[in-house]
Design a binder for this molecule. Structure first.
Ligand code: ADP
Length: 165
């Protein structure tokens, strides 16, 4: 029985995330998408919204569930019987950080990390870039699922109506 975790901030979930989750769901028995909660960082989308959107876009994958978690990922893995963390690798820039993180997690609890090569269609895609492009009116259609696009459009319109400060 192979249960794995796909962790991240998912602010917002993108087609790059969905691609990794879909591909790993075809290999593992169970996939837990873990939305990390960082109280120090206010995201564009509330954590509950990210969970809701991820649940919706993975609804057709019966062996995928979505959870939120605050704390050390390895503690979540231990509590939930997760044997491996799965990450997507986009480019060399991801590698250095991900390697150290994987080694730290292995050191802490023996949880393994597996990497999937990003589909080249999504190699340039990140949540932060999607947010930036969408904030300035750029077209992110095709980079995020339709439900995420709709939510982003609503949130950004609200933000424009109620500027910070
Ligand atoms: P974080 O903010 O913690 O880096 P993200 O939500 O941006 O989290 O991404 C979570 C994980 O999803 C990344 O660590 C990476 O493994 C994977 N990922 C993100 N974007 C892509 C992409 N375009 N293609 C493949 N994997 C991706």
């Amino acid at each position: 029985m192979l249960r794995v975790a796909c962790p991240g901030s998912f602010d917002p979930p993108t087609n790059g995330h969905l691609d990794i989750v879909t591909r790993v769901a075809a290999i593992a028995d169970e996939v837990v998408v873990v939305v990390s909660v960082n109280p120090a960082k206010r995201g564009l989308l509330a954590v509950e919204e990210r969970v809701e959107l991820l649940t919706g876009i993975t609804a057709h994958l019966p062996n995928v569930r979505v959870e939120q978690f605050q704390g050390l990922l390895v503690d979540f893995c231990r509590a939930q019987g997760v044997r491996a963390v799965v990450k997507g690798l986009r480019a060399a820039g991801d590698f250095d950080y991900e390697l150290r993180m994987a080694q730290m997690n292995q050191h802490l609890t023996g949880v393994e990390t597996m990497f999937l090569a990003t589909d080249p269609r999504y190699a340039f895609l990140s949540s932060s870039l999607v947010k930036e492009v969408a904030t300035y009116g750029g077209d992110v259609d095709g980079l995020v699922p339709p439900s995420v696009l709709a939510r982003l459009t609503t949130r950004l319109a609200e933000a424009r109506e109620r500027p910070a400060g």
